[in-house]
Design a protein around this ligand. Structure first.
Ligand code: NAD
Length: 297
């Protein structure tokens, strides 16, 4: 049946996810520090709140889709400061550290409500089309309680294990994505510089062993994938700043688990250099654009 769902963080991902919950018939209670972001959802029928603590009190489920650890942590402090409804389940879908998940879970369960991690993969296209993959960390009962709501925004909802295991899976996936985007960019650039047509080469890799999401759905070369950010000067999508943050989180868990990540570390440096060049707000596939202008070294 229809539920009251709070949604905090209506950015590139959150706005689309919240819209899909409205389409599925739920009643949305929303907040974002950006006024235009709130207005966009209000136009679709959501109720906008000035305080997240009030938003949470009117919600059976609260979903947060915020940039990073610090913002998620502060947002939950504010949202739960004057108590919580015991029946509310808080679901964080941002990409944050597994350690922060564990600490938020302790704080919120001490207040009497439930908190789980459910980060997503699939990018903005997946958020638009409600085909995201959700990686859930929590108890079996919590997973069963949130599954139907998450199914309004995604097509694969997987229980990964205890609190933080959703993020553990997410960070490993994104490290791979970060590496493969650089790989696709290098190969596309090398192919084009040898005289190959970008579309012909993309068609080859996408039916060959080089095929991956970055080559097939999100190709960094303009004109190859019609809906990819490459076709709009790398605007929107998944920012270089956010993937750099994710690689920092991956490096933290690699360090803590004593796991070697030579390419993950190198990828971290590459995206950090994009941010240093002022490209932090561009989609991370802008790494191709930079290579296009560089020389062999
Ligand atoms: P975004 O920057 O587009 O959106 C973040 C939103 O949060 C913005 O609308 C911003 O105004 C809002 N915000 C910031 N501080 C706030 C606060 N204190 N209270 C309320 N709202 C606040 O980011 P995004 O691309 O939508 O990503 C959100 C999260 O999802 C990140 O953790 C990211 O790593 C993760 N993620 C992104 C993608 C992607 O492809 N973009 C894919 C999977 C996961």
């Amino acid at each position: 049946g229809a539920k009251n769902i709070g949604f905090v963080g209506l950015g590139n991902m959150g706005a689309n996810m919240a819209s899909n919950l409205i389409k599925a018939g739920h009643k949305l209670h929303v907040f974002d520090i950006s006024k235009p972001a709130c207005e966009g959802l209000a136009a679709k029928g959501a109720t906008v709140y000035a305080k997240t603590s009030e938003l949470a009190k009117n919600s059976d489920f609260v979903i947060t889709m915020l940039p990073n650890n610090a913002i998620v942590d502060a947002s939950y402090d504010e949202m739960t400061a004057d108590g919580v409804n015991k029946d509310t389940i808080f679901i964080d879908s941002s990409t944050i550290s597994p350690d922060l998940v564990k600490s938020l879970q302790k704080k919120i369960s001490a207040k009497g409500a439930r908190f789980i991690d459910a980060p997503v993969s699939g990018g903005v296209p997946g958020a638009e089309q409600a085909t995201l993959t959700f990686m859930v960390g929590g108890t079996e009962a919590e997973y069963n309680a949130v599954k139907a709501v998450l199914e309004c925004m995604g097509k694969k909802i997987t229980h990964c294990g205890v609190y933080g295991m959703g993020q553990a899976a997410k960070l490993c996936n994104n490290m791979m994505l970060a590496i493969s985007m650089i790989g696709v960019s290098e190969a596309m650039n090398l192919a084009v510089r040898q005289g190959l047509d970008a579309n012909v080469f993309a068609e080859i890799i996408n039916s060959s062993t080089g095929r991956c999401w970055a080559s097939e759905i999100y190709n960094p070369v303009p004109g190859v994938c019609p809906t990819a950010p490459a076709n709009r000067d790398y605007a929107g999508g998944f920012s270089s700043a956010l993937i750099t943050k994710d690689l920092g989180l991956a490096s933290g868990v690699a360090n803590a688990s004593n796991s070697p990540i030579p390419l993950g570390s190198l990828a971290h440096k590459v995206y950090q250099s994009l941010c240093d060049k002022g490209l932090g707000n561009k989609d991370f596939s802008v790494v191709y654009d930079l290579m296009k202008k560089e020389k062999f070294s």
